[in-house]
Design a protein around this ligand. Structure first.
Ligand SMILES: *[C@@H]1O[C@H](CO)[C@@H](O)[C@H](O)[C@H]1NC(C)=O
Ligand SMILES: *[C@@H]1O[C@H](CO)[C@@H](O)[C@H](O)[C@H]1NC(C)=O
Ligand SMILES: *[C@@H]1O[C@H](CO)[C@@H](O)[C@H](O)[C@H]1NC(C)=O
Ligand SMILES: *[C@@H]1O[C@H](CO)[C@@H](O)[C@H](O)[C@H]1NC(C)=O
Length: 331
């Protein structure tokens, strides 16, 4: 993966912000993977103008669709942990999940010790937790899966902790998949269109696109996977996978780590997958983490995904950086 350049956002305002809503629309792809854009304050108007342009009707108040079902998990059995999910479950060593993933619920807390990873490296594999207590990721702790949905009183990602759904998307929505047609190695689409290096007769490069934009109706509660990049071969699939989905819901989120839903890279024979979806909802959020739902690189870049951050109040300490590749980052 290419170089990541974190960009600090302006310092938080020195007062309580009322229901600060940051909607990040990840823009159209060019030859490069498309970058994410965080909109704040005045820039928010611009974001909404895009919606108007697309004849968009506002969604009902955020209703949280249930994550895909997965079998109920136990602390010792599924997570190799110590304790139980109705009091406190501590996972001391890394675990590789089998099957479709895990659904974790209980009245207790969950803690991944420093450096521990919970991995389910299959497209669309679910790691879902809904706990009354806390969820804590120690330093360098990781969760890797296609759909990661965590709800708890507090969620804490320690330094260098990572939630990574890169290229692990399950199936995109039915009607408009965003997956490019043909064998031109085009990029997948989602928040933006994928790029294409193939120019149709009578069209210019600027008019040539890969996969389509989709999922306009869930801008505030994005829940779509990114789509796959195209291939240059009918026999072999060289396209990068789409980015997955990450949802985090808590009263307080401490984000010192990284949340990633990037599309996969397609290499020289396939298009990049498009970015997936990230939705964070909290009363307060602090820390200095990174959030990324970029399209993957490839013969043609994948479109960006969607990021929605719905935070009532940002702690004085909260700062966030964006990490997409491409020259756009230097803007
Ligand atoms: C969890 O807490 C709720 C509400 O306090 C209670 O009704 C439920 O029985 C508890 N569940 C367990 C497994 O302790
Ligand atoms: C978590 O579980 C509670 C109680 O079962 C439920 O009310 C709530 O909607 C769940 N939250 C999410 C995000 O699924
Ligand atoms: C969540 O965090 C708050 C503020 O740091 C703390 O007061 C509270 O006890 C935490 N909740 C739990 C369940 O640990
Ligand atoms: C998060 O980062 C802040 C600032 O560096 C630090 O004060 C805090 O202890 C960190 N928290 C965790 C859980 O790593």
């Amino acid at each position: 993966m290419a170089h990541h350049i974190p960009l600090p956002l302006p310092l938080p305002l020195r007062r309580r912000l009322h229901h600060l809503f940051i909607l990040a629309l990840l823009a159209v792809a060019s030859g490069n993977p498309s970058p994410g854009v965080y909109d704040r304050g005045a820039e928010e108007a611009e974001a909404y103008s895009i919606l108007t342009f697309h004849d968009y009707t506002p969604p009902p108040p955020p209703a949280l669709p249930p994550p895909p079902a997965a079998p109920a998990a136990t602390c010792a059995g599924d997570l190799g942990g110590v304790g139980d999910l109705d009091t406190r479950c501590v996972v001391p060593v890394s675990v590789r999940l089998e099957g479709g993933g895990v659904f974790i619920s209980g009245n207790g807390s969950l803690q991944l010790l420093d450096g521990v990873s919970v991995t389910c490296q299959r497209p669309g594999c679910v790691v879902s937790a809904n706990l009354s207590g806390d969820i804590r990721f120690g330093h360098g702790a990781r969760v890797v899966a296609g759909w990661v949905s965590l709800a708890a009183t507090n969620i804490t990602l320690g330094d260098d902790a990572v939630i990574d759904t890169t290229a692990l998307a399950g199936n995109p929505p039915d009607k408009t998949s965003g997956v490019p047609t043909g064998i031109y190695g085009d990029g997948g689409g989602h928040g933006g269109r994928g790029a294409s290096c193939y120019v149709n007769k009578g069209q210019t490069q600027e008019d040539s696109w890969g996969g389509d934009t989709y999922a306009w109706s869930e801008l505030k509660t994005p829940n779509s996977y990114g789509s796959k990049g195209g291939s240059t071969s009918v026999e072999k699939d060289y396209g990068g996978g789409g980015g997955g989905v990450v949802w985090l819901f808590a009263d307080e989120i401490v984000m010192n780590g990284t949340v990633i839903a990037n599309g996969g890279n397609g290499g020289t024979k396939g298009g990049g997958g498009s970015g997936g979806s990230i939705y964070l909802k909290a009363a307060t959020m602090q820390g200095g983490g990174k959030i990324s739902a970029c399209g993957g690189n490839g013969l043609s870049g994948g479109g960006g995904g969607r990021v929605s951050i719905d935070v009532f109040s940002r702690g004085e300490e909260f700062r966030m950086s964006r990490q997409c590749r491409s020259s756009w980052d230097t803007l």
